[in-house]
Design a protein. Structure first.
Length: 482
C-alpha cells in the first residue's frame, strides 16, 4: 500500500498545487515538442459526471498525453478532485478499488464528485468486477470516469459486464494521426470543413475538392512522407527534428517491443506476428490466402494464421476488409478477405527485423492508406476483424471486375446499399474502365488517382491526397453502452 500511496502522490501533484500540472512529464514533452496535434477523440470525448467513457487505441498513439491534456483542461477550469492512475505496473485484482479509496484519504478536499482517469485499465485482472463493486457500493456513482486501453478485446468484454453502470458512457477510438492531421501538423492550411466520402459528389463537395486541389503541391509531397512515416507521434517528431527526414531506429524498436509484449501476454509467438505483417505487406491490395500466411509464419494451419490476424486487429495493427455480396446485401466472412495495416510505420517492422525483407510496393501502400482513411471516416466499428454491417468491404463481380472499397453511407447508415471507391493511378484507360464499372453496378462513386482531378457528377476522379485531406473522422465507436 505504501507504493500505491507514493504513486498516487507522484501522479497527482495538482491535489496540493494546481500549478504542478504544468510539470507533468507528458505535458512537458508535448509543450516542448514541435508536433502539436489535437486527436479527434480528445475533441469529441466529454468528461461528464455519472458517465463512464472508454478511450482505446494502439500503444504509442498518444492516449496518455490525450488524458493528461484533458486533466490540465479540468485543472485550469478550477476542478479540484481529479485522479489519474496508470495500471501499467500495478496488475493485481482489487487494485482499482484500493486506488480510488486511497485517493479519497490522501486528497485534502475529497468530498464531492471526482473526475477519474484510469490508464491501461485492462492490465488489472477482472478489472470490470472491481469497477462494478465501486459503482454498486456508491463509491463512484457520481463520478466521471475515463478508461483507456490498448486492446479492444479485453475492454470490450469488460464493458459488456457493466450493464447500467456507465450512464451515458461512450467508446472512443484514438489511432495514430490521419493523413489530414499529419498535413495540419506539417503546417498545411487546410479548410476546417470535412466530408464523408459520398458528400464529395455534392455541390459542397465539389467546392471543397477545388479548395484542396489548390494545395496540391504541398499535399502530394506530404503523401510521400506519410507513406514512409505514418502517424505515430514519435515518428512524426523524428521526421520534424531530423535534417535527413529519417525515423530514429529507437522508434521502430519501441514499436516492435510493444507488439512483442502484447503477443507474449496473449501467449503467441512474436516472430510469427512479424511474419504475418510481412505477408500482409506483400499482399496489399489483394485477398490474403490463409494457407500462404500460415506457411510464411511457420504455424500449424490456416486457422492459426486467421487467429493471429484477428488478434492483431484487436490491438489495432491490422484491418480486415471482407467481400461484399450485392445480391445478399451483406459482407461474406467465408469469402477471401483483404488485410491492411492500420499505420504505414508497421510496414517497416519486417524489414527492420528480418534481413532481406523488401518494403511493400508504393501502389499497395497507397491503397492501404485509403483503407485506413475510409475506416476512420465511414466505419463505426471499433476494429475490423469480423464481417459486421458497419464495416467497410470490397466487391468483385463474376467476370473479375473489382471495386477496392464499398462503404456504408454516412447519410443513410441503415441503407444496405454501398458507396464504392476505386483506387487507381493516372493511367487514363484504367481510370475510364473503373468509372464505367462503378456506373454500371453502383451508379455513383469515386475513383482516386495519383494526381488527376476530373470532375463528374456521378463518378469524379480525385487525387488520393485530396480525398484523404478532406475526409471526416468518426472518433465515436459504439460498442457496449451500459
Amino acid at each position: 500500500m505504501e507504493d500505491l500511496e507514493r504513486q498516487l502522490r507522484d501522479d497527482n501533484p495538482w491535489w496540493y498545487s494546481p500549478e504542478a500540472v504544468e510539470r507533468d512529464p507528458h505535458l512537458h514533452q508535448y509543450d516542448a515538442g514541435a508536433v502539436k496535434w489535437d486527436p479527434p477523440a480528445m475533441m469529441a470525448m466529454p468528461v461528464s459526471l455519472k458517465d463512464t467513457h472508454s478511450l482505446r487505441g494502439p500503444r504509442q498513439s498518444g492516449k496518455t498525453t490525450t488524458v493528461k491534456r484533458l486533466i490540465r483542461r479540468l485543472i485550469h477550469a478550477k476542478e479540484q478532485r481529479v485522479l489519474y492512475f496508470s495500471f501499467d505496473t500495478v496488475r493485481r485484482t482489487g487494485a482499482i478499488g484500493d486506488v480510488i479509496r486511497l485517493s479519497r484519504q490522501l486528497h485534502p478536499r475529497p468530498e464531492g464528485p471526482w473526475c477519474i482517469f484510469l490508464d491501461e485499465i485492462t492490465s488489472v485482472p477482472d478489472w470490470e468486477y472491481d469497477l462494478k463493486r465501486c459503482w454498486d457500493s456508491g463509491l463512484t456513482r457520481e463520478d466521471a470516469i475515463i478508461l483507456t486501453a490498448s486492446s479492444a478485446r479485453d475492454l470490450r468484454i469488460g464493458t459488456e459486464r457493466l450493464p447500467g453502470r456507465r450512464g451515458r458512457g461512450r467508446d472512443f477510438l484514438q489511432l495514430p494521426m490521419s493523413f489530414r492531421d499529419f498535413c495540419k501538423v506539417r503546417g498545411i492550411g487546410l479548410p476546417e470543413r470535412t466530408l464523408a466520402a459520398e458528400e464529395f459528389l455534392t455541390a459542397e463537395g465539389r467546392q471543397l475538392a477545388a479548395h484542396l486541389y489548390g494545395h496540391g503541391r504541398e499535399l502530394e509531397h506530404a503523401l510521400g512522407l506519410y507513406l514512409r512515416v505514418g502517424g505515430f507521434p514519435s515518428a512524426v517528431r523524428d521526421l520534424t527534428s531530423s535534417r535527413s527526414g529519417s525515423i530514429d531506429e529507437t522508434t521502430i524498436l519501441v514499436l516492435n517491443s510493444v507488439l512483442s509484449g502484447d503477443l507474449t501476454r496473449m501467449r503467441r509467438d512474436p516472430l510469427a506476428g512479424i511474419k504475418l505483417i510481412q505477408q500482409v505487406c506483400r499482399s496489399l491490395g489483394s485477398p490474403l490466402k490463409w494457407a500462404n500466411a500460415a506457411e510464411a509464419m511457420a504455424v500449424d494451419n490456416p486457422t492459426t494464421a486467421k487467429e493471429y490476424a484477428e488478434l492483431l486487429a484487436e490491438i489495432f495493427i491490422l484491418l480486415t476488409v471482407h467481400f461484399w455480396d450485392i445480391a445478399k446485401q451483406s459482407l461474406e466472412p467465408r469469402k477471401q478477405r483483404k488485410i491492411y495495416i492500420l499505420d504505414p510505420l508497421y510496414s517497416q517492422l519486417p524489414s527492420a527485423l528480418i534481413p532481406g525483407t523488401l518494403p511493400p510496393e508504393r501502389d499497395g501502400l497507397i491503397e492501404d492508406i485509403v483503407a485506413i482513411g475510409l475506416f476512420r471516416s465511414a466505419a463505426s466499428t471499433l476494429i475490423q476483424a469480423s464481417a459486421v454491417p458497419t464495416a467497410i468491404g470490397y466487391w468483385r463481380s463474376r467476370d473479375d471486375r473489382e471495386i477496392d472499397f464499398v462503404i456504408p453511407r454516412a447519410s443513410e447508415p441503415h441503407n444496405p446499399a454501398r458507396f464504392p471507391i476505386e483506387v487507381k493511378g493516372d493511367n487514363p484507360t484504367r481510370i475510364s474502365g473503373a468509372r464505367s464499372s462503378i456506373k454500371r453496378t453502383f451508379k455513383q462513386g469515386i475513383v482516386t488517382s495519383l494526381s488527376r482531378f476530373d470532375w463528374d457528377e456521378d463518378v469524379p476522379v480525385l487525387p488520393v491526397w485530396l480525398l484523404l485531406a478532406g475526409l471526416s473522422e468518426n472518433a465515436y465507436r459504439p460498442m457496449a453502452l451500459g
